[in-house]
Design a protein around this ligand. Structure first.
Ligand code: G3P
Length: 214
């Protein structure tokens, strides 16, 4: 399983990259809007900090505009994967981009039906948004399970990125389901490291060590 950080905050991205556990980054327009500095500077600093797939989203809505926008975004750095929302125009664009060898991440996926269409269009990744499904009373991880089963059954090479992760339980279930990637916010990655018994254990070991004659 690959671990991505879902963030455009360069301080957070650098900190998590320094742990040696980070495989890639996902951004979106909302995450980028939260940060200071312009789009060019933010993307440039992320590509310099992380060597692995870095998702950057298109904002055009017609295939005729999505394709050139995606080409411009992809030309910035070889690690960039272009994020395209799942719409009819998005599918057309993803199909053309896949034929041109540009990697895509089809985003805002909320159903197995959308995921199958993205895979058929040639998407490199699909991003089911589990937290937003949970927010409306649905079971986001069940959609991931359905997508995983469908892709396995038909041998689609499209990889699943579990996105809109809100808590450790999402990460645990993504792992058990065999998701290819889980993209995790900074705060949840920090929670993954910690356990109260680890903290208590370290405190006890250090305390006992003081009693050892050296
Ligand atoms: O990559 C974006 C996705 O993870 C969205 O998360 O928390 O805004 O639903 P959220």
């Amino acid at each position: 399983m690959q671990l991505f950080i879902d963030s455009a905050n360069i301080v957070h991205i650098r900190e998590i990259a320094s742990l040696g556990i980070l495989d890639g980054v996902t951004t979106n327009p909302s995450l980028i809007a939260k940060e200071k500095g312009g789009f060019d500077a933010i993307i440039g600093s992320i590509t310099a900090a992380v060597h692995g797939p870095i998702s950057v989203e298109c904002v055009s809505e017609r295939a005729e505009q999505i394709v050139p926008e995606a080409e411009r975004i992809a030309a910035r750095h070889p690690d960039i994967v272009v994020k395209v929302p799942i719409t009819e125009e998005g599918l057309k664009a993803v199909h053309r981009l896949s034929q041109d060898g540009i990697r895509t991440n089809v985003t805002l996926v909320f159903s197995v039906h959308q995921a199958i269409l993205a895979a058929k269009a040639g998407a490199t990744y699909v991003s089911p948004f589990v937290g937003r499904l949970d927010d409306i009373g649905e079971d986001g991880m069940q959609v991931v399970a359905d997508i995983k089963a469908a892709f396995s059954r038909y041998g689609f090479p499209t990889m699943i990125i579990v996105a809109s992760v809100r808590n450790l339980e999402h990460v645990r279930k993504a792992t058990l389901l065999g998701a290819d990637v889980v993209t995790v916010p900074y705060t949840v990655i920090k929670e993954m490291v910690r356990h109260p018994l680890t903290d208590a254990g370290i405190a006890k070991f250090l305390d006992d060590w003081k009693k050892v004659k050296r």
